[in-house]
Ligand binder design. Structure first.
Ligand code: NAD
Ligand code: GLY
Length: 370
């Protein structure tokens, strides 16, 4: 990726406000960590795939400011986003004699970022942390906004905390080593911002999808920047998801059921969200909220991003029943009633319940046997 001038998106959360820096070559830039607090030690938390690629560069950058910096490489994958792996972070922090002035730095995708954030929220009741996201998905979504946590075998992201980082550093160069399938998964979370908040951005994505798939630096920079701006705008209004923030979960209610139902890691998070957006769009249409043309347009964009749009069969006997059972565990559910993020006309989202019979029809229409 060639050099691209960097941008900063700020997220306004009073005393928890911070900057999201976006650009190529950031990890090699002087002064990257200026302004962060002094720390007795720094633990970079990464995984066995990302650490060999970027940990040494990040460690050198941090050593310009901090005297004691070390790296932990966790096992890779969504299947490891659990208590056992989280405990490896605590084990290392304690073995290394870390204290309340230790800084945690997450280097990796959303799995590493969510786990490191949760470790930072709970180690010694809270230590500072920085996000250095290295997947498209984590640069446009998971590193921003302070949702941290781990999965439970019964449900996705069931255990966690809201805990904001001090800074987010999105070095676009890291996306050059991302496998194509992961790039597509990240595009799902980019696409979601169009139907829920910004129709012009959806138009832009339709015009520039080929450039994004080719990793054109200007196109990727624009997609990351606009996604972060929209996410920052939403989170600044509703940090702890009392209402508005739920719209960021468009496609996630169906998507989380796919991830949990298939076994974590079988479908990538972004793939499940892409397919889940198609299902949520069809449900919106059946409820009379949006017309068939818009659903077809969204589905076509998701297909162009290289994402699946046909849901997997989770149960041979009662597939829709299994989806419903898993979706009732969703954090938005209220007394067992599932709340869906639906599109209420282009670029507007609502959160509401839907009759089970209608949801069953959508699942039947959108799924096929494995
Ligand atoms: P991931 O963290 O599993 O990363 C995907 C894969 O890419 C992994 O194998 C990883 O090792 C590899 N990888 C990462 N960076 C790389 C690079 N630069 N080059 C080569 N390989 C690289 O998955 P993800 O899609 O980044 O994140 C998904 C997770 O994020 C899910 O657990 C999801 O629940 C979570 N999430 C959280 C939020 C939030 O607000 N906290 C939002 C969306 C998603
Ligand atoms: N990814 C959804 C949220 O941050 O709220």
């Amino acid at each position: 990726m060639s050099k691209h001038s960097s941008h900063t998106v700020s997220i306004d959360l009073a005393e928890r406000s911070y900057d999201i820096r976006i650009g190529s070559g950031l990890l090699r830039e002087d002064g990257l960590f200026d302004g962060l607090p002094r720390a007795t030690s720094v633990l970079i938390v990464s995984n066995v795939t990302v650490a060999p690629l970027y940990a040494a560069t990040l460690q050198s950058a941090l050593e310009k400011k901090y005297s004691r910096v070390f790296t932990l490489a966790l096992p890779d994958g969504e299947a490891h986003k659990n208590w056992q792996t989280l405990n490896l972070i605590f084990d290392t922090l304690l073995e290394q004699g870390c204290d309340r002035k230790t800084l945690l730095v997450a280097l990796g995708g959303g799995v590493v970022g969510d786990m490191t954030g949760y470790a930072a929220a709970s180690f010694m009741r809270g230590v500072p942390f920085v996000q250095v996201p290295t997947t498209l998905l984590s640069q446009v979504d998971s590193s921003v906004g302070g949702k941290t946590g781990i999965n439970h075998p019964r449900g996705k992201n069931m255990i966690g905390a809201f805990y904001q980082p001090l800074r987010v550093v999105c070095d676009l160069d890291t996306l050059m080593t991302l496998p194509d399938r992961e790039l597509s998964a990240g595009l799902a979370e980019v696409i979601k911002y169009g139907p829920i908040a910004d129709l012009q951005f959806m138009d832009w994505l339709e015009q520039n999808m080929d450039r994004l798939l080719a990793r054109d630096v200007d196109a990727v920079a624009h997609a990351v920047r606009r996604s972060c701006e929209i996410k920052a705008w939403v989170v600044a209004q509703d940090e702890r998801e009392g209402g508005l923030r739920a719209i960021l979960n468009f496609g996630h209610t169906f998507g989380h059921a796919i991830e949990a139902g298939m076994g974590y890691g079988a479908w990538l998070h972004g793939e499940a969200v892409g397919c889940g957006m198609v299902m949520a769009a069809h449900l919106s249409r059946r409820l009379g909220l949006v017309d068939a043309n818009f659903v077809a347009r969204l589905q076509a964009l998701i297909v162009r991003a290289g994402l699946p749009v046909v849901g997997p069969e989770l149960d041979a006997k009662d597939n829709a029943g299994r989806y419903l059972e898993l979706m009732r565990l969703d954090k938005k559910s209220d007394a067992g009633e599932i709340k869906f993020v639906l599109i209420d006309g282009p670029s507007k989202a609502v959160v509401q319940a839907a009759p089970d019979a209608l949801v069953r029809e959508v699942i039947d229409a959108c799924c096929r046997p494995a």
